[in-house]
Design a protein around this ligand. Structure first.
Ligand SMILES: [Zn+2]
Ligand SMILES: [Zn+2]
Ligand SMILES: [Zn+2]
Length: 386
């Protein structure tokens, strides 16, 4: 997207930091922003469980058929309409030194200039044992369902070493950290649980021994590291990619005679049932990324825009879901669909604990008179906690 032609401006708000404001009338369905992350990364367990993704852009690299076979544990499963699978000729590119896989030479080259020159296990600058240890420490702290990854920090720290303009890159990262001490502590505790001080210390020591440089010495102090870690919790955006979803999407768009359409729909419904039985809801390559512009888009419990991943990789799209008038703030939801349907009290509690603000959107204002009740699902969560 041409920066000049973006249909919004980023500006400071009275009480919510930055926000995105429409500069022209937008219609439901309009594309507002397409953005590549500053850095992105697949989750550690997701990778370990062989959800094969491009190490640079997170594109799902299996064919839709091999993905379905793996996730249903049915090796003889075959998918109709192979032409709907965009990865049918599964071309992958490897690092010439190690096993790491990319979707294209362009991703391999970008990875090499940004971080892989240092993170490649065969590089003279790399300590493969150190990286393995870091991965293991992280996996032992953070079990699925995964919501964060220490690898984002590892990639950021490596980028600092590789960047020509280090000061600029560091300032981009520090734009994300704006919590104060107590708030950072709260977020990190939420991510790591009761042992957080010990675990955080361990991660800090391991990252320091791998990636320390004078330019970022302040990231390795107790307080600096807490802040850096908290930025993961409050700013990272989850990413999902799946060759199978692309296949389903393309199948939906096929122009078929009625009989064949019904047959295909029945096949897809049955496939999802089988997937659910064996793999539950873990169907996608999952990871997280940091997006400079999207991270400035504020939350509303009645949002007028949504985030999606339409390209089967880490490129994020923000689309209007309602008409937005020029001058109006563009908002997305930080809550899942199911969390959005909970009571005002439950929504606000979740947002306060995870994003450190009390929501005062139109919907929250309209429901201000509602009693402070916790939605049923939340009471169950609370009981689980005790
Ligand atoms: Zn790629
Ligand atoms: Zn390599
Ligand atoms: Zn709200």
């Amino acid at each position: 997207m041409d920066e000049q032609k973006l249909p919004f401006v980023v500006r400071k708000t009275e009480n919510k930091g930055f926000g995105l404001f429409a500069t022209k009338d937008l219609n439901a369905g309009d594309e507002i922003l397409v953005e590549e992350p500053l850095v992105s990364c697949q989750f550690a367990w997701n990778k370990l469980y062989k959800y094969l993704a491009c190490d640079y852009c997170m594109k799902s690299l299996e064919t839709a058929e091999s993905m379905s076979q793996r996730l249903t544990e049915n090796r003889s499963l075959s998918l109709p309409h192979p032409e709907c699978c965009e990865r049918n000729v599964a071309i992958t590119v490897q690092c010439p030194q190690c096993e790491i896989t990319y979707c294209s030479t362009s991703c391999r080259d970008k990875a090499f200039t940004e971080y892989h020159q240092i993170l490649c296990p065969h590089s003279q600058y790399c300590s493969p044992e150190g990286l393995e240890q870091l991965d293991e420490t992280w996996r032992n702290i953070h079990y699925p369902p995964e919501t964060a990854t220490v690898w984002l920090l590892a990639k950021i720290m490596t980028r600092v070493k590789m960047e020509k303009n280090k000061a600029e890159f560091i300032s981009y990262i520090e734009e994300f950290c704006h919590q104060c001490k107590n708030e950072s502590e709260e977020i990190v505790h939420k991510l790591l649980g009761d042992q957080f001080k010990d675990q955080l210390h361990m991660l800090r020591e391991q990252l320091k021994s791998l990636f320390y440089s004078d330019d970022i010495a302040h990231w390795f102090t107790v307080e600096g590291f807490e802040k850096l870690f908290a930025l993961l919790g409050t700013n990272q955006q989850g990413i999902g990619s799946s060759a199978l979803s692309v296949w389903v999407h393309n199948c939906d768009n096929l122009d078929l005679p009625d009989g064949q359409r019904d047959q295909l729909d029945t096949f897809i419904d049955k496939l999802y049932e089988d997937l659910e039985k064996v793999s539950g809801s873990f169907l996608n390559c999952e990871g997280a990324g940091l997006y400079r512009v999207q991270s400035k888009c504020n939350h509303s419990c009645a949002p007028n825009a949504e985030v999606s991943f339409l390209h089967n990789d880490h490129r994020l799209t923000v689309k209007a879901i309602n008409d937005v008038a020029a001058g109006e703030e563009i908002t997305i939801s930080y809550l899942s669909e199911c969390e959005l349907n909970r009571s005002r009290h439950s929504r606000q509690k979740h947002l306060r604990e995870n994003y450190l603000f009390t929501c005062w959107c139109k919907k929250c204002q309209a429901q201000n008179g509602d009693p402070d009740v916790t939605s049923d699902e939340d009471s169950e969560d609370d009981m689980d906690d005790t």
